[in-house]
Design a protein around this ligand. Sequence first.
Ligand SMILES: NC(=O)C1=CN([C@@H]2O[C@H](COP(=O)(O)OP(=O)(O)OC[C@H]3O[C@@H](n4cnc5c(N)ncnc54)[C@H](O)[C@@H]3O)[C@@H](O)[C@H]2O)C=CC1
Ligand SMILES: O=C(O)C(=O)COP(=O)(O)O
Length: 387
Amino acid sequence: MGKYKIKTLNGISESGLEKFGQNFEVGEKMDAPHGIILRSASLHEMEFPDSLHCIARAGAGVNNIPVDKCAEKGIVVFNTPGANANAVKELAIAAMLLSSRKIVEGINWTRSLTGDDVPKQVEKGKAQFVGPEIRDKKLGVIGLGAIGVMVANAAVNMEMDVYGYDPYISVDHAWGLSRSVKKANDLKKVFKHCDYITLHIPLTDETKGMLNKEAFAQMKEGVRIINLSRGELVNDADMIDALEAGIVSEYVTDFPNEKMINVPGVIPVPHLGASTPESENNCAVMAVLQTKDFLENGNIRNSVNFPVCDMGISIVKHRLTIAHKNIPKMLGQISAVLAEQGTNIANMINRSRGDYAYTMVDLEEEITDENVKRIKDIAGVLKVRVI
Ligand SMILES: NC(=O)C1=CN([C@@H]2O[C@H](COP(=O)(O)OP(=O)(O)OC[C@H]3O[C@@H](n4cnc5c(N)ncnc54)[C@H](O)[C@@H]3O)[C@@H](O)[C@H]2O)C=CC1
Ligand SMILES: O=C(O)C(=O)COP(=O)(O)O
């Protein structure tokens, strides 16, 4: 076959793209791509061509991708877990300090000073920018994944009293969490006790609008809220009311919109969470290597809609990969087609995840086009590739 075609959306770091190598053609304009690599661009309105096998989000959040629609078409969606977590952790710490110490107002005021006695004006005027330290304050971390764990641990190191809430925490992340972080069994505990609350959860149907009127009503007066996760996790109208009422004293958001940018107490940041050279490189390298391994060998790592499935480098005549529904009799029907052709199966694995499954078959002989079509026609088969 010819070269694999990769379409890029958003600026993807060159240090990642160069890892594709000779077998790949990469560019913003690409007809009938086999893969797409992107950051935050929305794919919700995009029509996916039949050629498309995979989409890689160089980053964490996949709410810009119609993940279920992709699964239905057998398109594997990847992300790059943890690759930008340190960048977001550092901004979260900065955000807590920005929300406390009136740094932005102070800088803006200082820049407005004129005359030849600026040092004198500074000393006289600084009293208006007093703000509290974060040490000994209570911080609630909602979501203890790659970022939340790092933020919680860093806050412990800054001598904060940290509460963590995550009903779905993974074993690995639980292992990484400082023992000083207190477990909050419900959000009420976080809302009631915390002076700072930081969100590190994905945007899903469950989490949309999590911080709303009811939530604000339970919070400590003057709470500072950090949202480097997604704008829609917070109900904007309710946040504006909570700011006006003094329940929330400061709201740092990495996802500002036209309603919020000039509201007093809002500190709007232009989605800078992952904007460091280190995290842009990490994400791009991971997204590229996962895409390359999938297209060249059919292996799946870090997908958000298909299971982990890995048979190493393909060294046989042909490797067949089949994305299909997780329903009975699939393996039997696939192997029946191969048996009828008299083809020996050298190796085969099948993995499932929720409603979807993935099967890889190494064959010692070529499979005929007709038999590939027969496998494609099995009810429940979503996509078949011969590598
Ligand atoms: N501002 C930026 O540039 C960036 C923003 N993000 C956002 O941060 C989010 C988190 O990123 P990671 O920590 O890397 O993801 P992650 O998948 O490692 O962690 C998410 C955590 O949230 C937990 N969670 C899910 N639903 C929850 C709920 N209802 N209540 C409490 N916890 C819940 C999960 O169990 C998981 O531990 C991303 O989904 C993305 O939206 C991520 C990277 C950069
Ligand atoms: O990884 C994420 O979820 C982010 O929000 C980062 O977005 P970006 O890649 O900087 O457009």
